[in-house]
Design a protein around this ligand. Structure first.
Ligand SMILES: [Zn+2]
Length: 131
């Protein structure tokens, strides 16, 4: 039995873009051309978004082609969601210690000499001036 030849590259790309165009229209129609986050009217100017990101799907083995995982968002909501996902995926860096207060020898004595109360003592009441 002869094996079917794979489609030429250009035809595969055209089929994929036709699929994308049709799915995009389906998701927009399903959402009544409104952003599914802010409910603003987008017409066909909205964007098709993966609810569970493709990065997460790649990790969990989910299918990026599942239309139940698609939603219709306005460009603003889509970019905010994408930015939040990227922020969440970024490895957490340790907090900078640049502004942390280092112990300074003689600091307590200096503050006491300048009239500041010690940190463990309540501030002294303001002096009462009688005229
Ligand atoms: Zn929106």
């Amino acid at each position: 039995m002869a094996r079917r030849d794979p489609l030429p590259r250009t035809q595969r790309i055209l089929q994929l873009s036709a699929w994308r165009r049709d799915v995009r229209a389906l998701v927009a129609l399903r959402a009544a051309f409104r952003c599914e986050h802010c409910h603003g009217f987008t017409g066909m100017d909205g964007e098709c978004d993966h609810i569970v990101s493709r990065r997460k799907l790649a990790e969990t083995g989910g299918s990026p082609w599942d239309t139940a995982n698609l939603q219709w968002l306005c460009p603003g909501c889509h970019s905010r969601k994408t930015a939040a996902e990227r922020r969440a995926a970024r490895p957490q860096r340790p907090r900078s210690t640049l502004h942390a207060r280092a112990p300074i020898a003689g600091r307590e004595a200096f503050l006491a000499a300048a009239g500041f109360p010690a940190p463990d003592q309540p501030p002294s009441p303001a002096p009462v001036i009688v005229i």
